[in-house]
Design a protein around this ligand. Structure first.
Ligand code: SF4
Length: 233
């Protein structure tokens, strides 16, 4: 999507277009490489936004320490504090009162598109050009297959690697394929003495790690694309 926008402006974004990446600190390393590579190869400035986290490893660590409880599907304050607020603060600091929030959701994600478009606020209106143009996942994959570089994050590792909005099987399969992926999440549950999801509804992260170690490889049953994370802000 960004590349098409760039082409529409003959390879140089106008000053009123800002490309923002809100960093939680818990993305897959390949995601960070990919963002840097997009900036270098396409010669664009990508604003790297991160909540202040002095004294903590990542913005997510700092946020949990400050809140003293864990985000969960009902109270997803990680999205709010680590993505929405830093983006809003950046735009306001540039002097904007209102802006268009251009998101890369596709035509084959109508549920997520509807949620995102419904989330317009007094500050911004969301726009989903890929959805409007009927662009599907296959078309995006085909486009990337013809590029000299690509996102090398393994399947299931988009957004925060261990995001509690992902399906249980995806998380277990991720831990099996990449041991240690869920360690931080298990550690946070232990530290806070609570769980990201109600215990009676889903295994804890420590239990998922244990399960991953004892079972044969699970298929990635529910892909990242199916999560209702809406962390597209
Ligand atoms: S990807 Fe998941 S864990 Fe990360 S900020 Fe979004 S909702 Fe929170």
């Amino acid at each position: 999507m960004l590349h098409h926008i760039l082409q529409a402006y003959d390879g140089r974004l106008p000053d009123h277009c800002h490309v923002l990446f809100a960093d939680t600190g818990k993305e897959h390393p390949a995601t960070y490489d990919f963002i840097r590579e997009c900036a270098e190869r396409w010669r664009i400035k990508i604003e790297w936004l991160a909540m202040g986290h002095e004294g903590y490893d990542t913005p997510f660590d700092a946020l949990i320490a400050r809140k003293k409880y864990l985000p969960n599907p009902r109270t997803r304050f990680c999205t709010e504090y680590l993505k929405i607020r830093p983006i809003r603060a950046f735009m306001k600091a540039q002097g904007y009162d209102r802006w268009a929030n251009i998101i890369g959701l596709r035509a084959d994600e109508p549920g997520r598109v509807k949620k995102a478009l419904d989330r317009c606020t007094k500050f911004y209106t969301s726009v989903a050009p890929l959805w409007e143009a009927g662009v599907t996942k296959d078309m995006v994959m085909d486009w990337w297959s013809r590029q000299p570089f690509d996102l090398r994050a393994p399947e299931g590792c988009g957004n925060c690697i261990g995001c509690f909005m992902k399906g249980r099987d995806t998380l277990i399969a991720t831990e099996q394929r990449h041991p240690g992926s869920l360690a931080w999440w298990a550690e946070k549950e232990k530290q806070i003495g609570a769980t990201f999801r109600p215990k009676n509804r889903r295994m804890t992260y420590a239990e998922m790690i244990d399960f991953a170690n004892r079972q044969g490889n699970l298929p990635l049953a529910d892909s990242t694309e199916s999560i209702a994370c809406a962390c597209t802000d």
